[in-house]
Design a protein around this ligand. Structure first.
Ligand code: KG4
Ligand code: ZN
Length: 331
């Protein structure tokens, strides 16, 4: 089944053509980073407008790259939520009208299930069940995954998402937006042990996270070192990053061991972090666990993962209705 995937939940307009849920024929992502950069975060109204401008060219480009025309598309999968409602509506309404015009089936997909399924677009995917650590700008959660469309949440952040903490710390240090990739690069030049920030494990038995404390700790450090901190940015970013990643790695491994799974999938925008990729694989390897991490292109928001999970719903006969609407938060 050849599926056109559409993603517009935040600041990326994306379209992809995926065959049978695993083989990506084309994947196009148009980022709005330049638009939101000067505001230090995503401006929802601007995001919606940019999605409207980008959606048709992005879909066209994906079809051309796949060597297809619209008549070659057998079904459509579009992100239904969670995300920014105005942004989601652009991709979702586009998918709805295109499917209606082409008289083909379509389905609305949960963005987070898309991220979890991103590992199936790579060769050698994990077998079920496995534990997924989903770390992005909007979410930080651990799931017990028993099927493509079946993920039980074991824990989640009680305040900021990990990616949000990266973005906010980058903003405090005046490094630019989005901050994750910038901190990743700067931290490589710093010493993670030089400035120690608190690790927030909460209590030992929870898989929940909290990143607001470390964000405040960095803020306090900057306030108390007004004259020196600009020279210490590599060490500050390395110290901050290590404190966040240590907790992520520890909890994901404990979740897998508690569930008796020998596989962990690391997914979401923060899964692009070079230190996290290396650390989780090493820490998990020590416990005899294997980590599956998608390539960098599949960590950030993309439509291939949406088409990938959409395939499993469509195969099971699940279809969206014309009156279906988007949602901003997971229920
Ligand atoms: O999954 P994603 O593209 O969008 C959401 O669904 O949120 O994730 C975006 C987040 C941003 O917070 C960004 O700073 C973070 O992923 N990010 C990174 C890296 N690249 C992107 N965080 C840490 N290290 C990176 N290399
Ligand atoms: Zn995402």
């Amino acid at each position: 089944m050849i599926i056109l995937g559409i993603e517009s939940s935040c600041d990326e307009t994306a379209a992809a053509v995926v065959k049978d849920g695993t083989s990506t024929l084309a994947s196009v992502v148009s980022s709005q980073v330049q638009v939101h950069h000067r505001y230090g975060g995503v401006v929802p109204e601007l995001a919606s407008r940019k999605h409207i401008e980008a959606i048709v060219p992005v879909v066209d480009e994906a079809l051309t790259a796949a060597g297809l025309t619209l008549s070659g598309i057998e079904a459509i999968a579009a992100t239904r939520g969670p995300g920014l409602v105005g942004a989601l509506l652009v991709g979702f309404s586009f998918a709805k009208s295109l499917a209606y015009a082409l008289e083909i089936p379509w389905v609305g997909v949960n963005h987070l299930e898309g991220h979890i399924n991103s590992v199936f677009l790579e060769p050698d995917p994990p077998s079920f069940p496995f534990v997924a650590l989903l770390v992005s700008g909007g979410h930080t959660s651990i799931y017990y995954v028993t099927d493509h469309t079946c993920a039980e949440m074991m824990g989640q952040t009680r305040d900021d998402a990990a990616g949000e903490a990266f973005d906010k710390v980058a903003k405090m240090l005046d490094l630019g937006y989005p901050g994750g990739g910038i901190i990743d690069r700067l931290a490589q030049k710093g010493d993670p042990a030089k400035i120690r920030f608190p690790r927030s494990y909460l209590d030992k038995f929870t898989y929940d996270f909290s990143f607001s404390g470390i964000k405040s700790a960095v803020h306090r450090y900057i306030a108390n070192h007004r004259d020196q901190y600009t020279e210490q940015i590599p060490d500050i970013t390395a110290g901050f990053q290590e404190a966040v990643l240590e907790v992520l790695s520890y909890k994901a491994i404990r979740a897998a061991m508690d569930k008796g799974c020998d596989r962990i999938a690391l997914v979401g925008g923060v899964a692009a972090n070079s230190r996290l990729r290396e650390k989780l694989a090493t820490d998990a390897g020590r416990e005899g666990l294997r980590v599956h991490i998608p390539s960098i292109d599949l960590c950030g928001d993309n439509a291939a993962m949406i088409a990938g999970v959409g395939y499993h719903y469509l195969k099971a006969g699940i279809r969206a209705e014309l009156h279906d609407d988007v949602f901003s938060r997971s229920i």
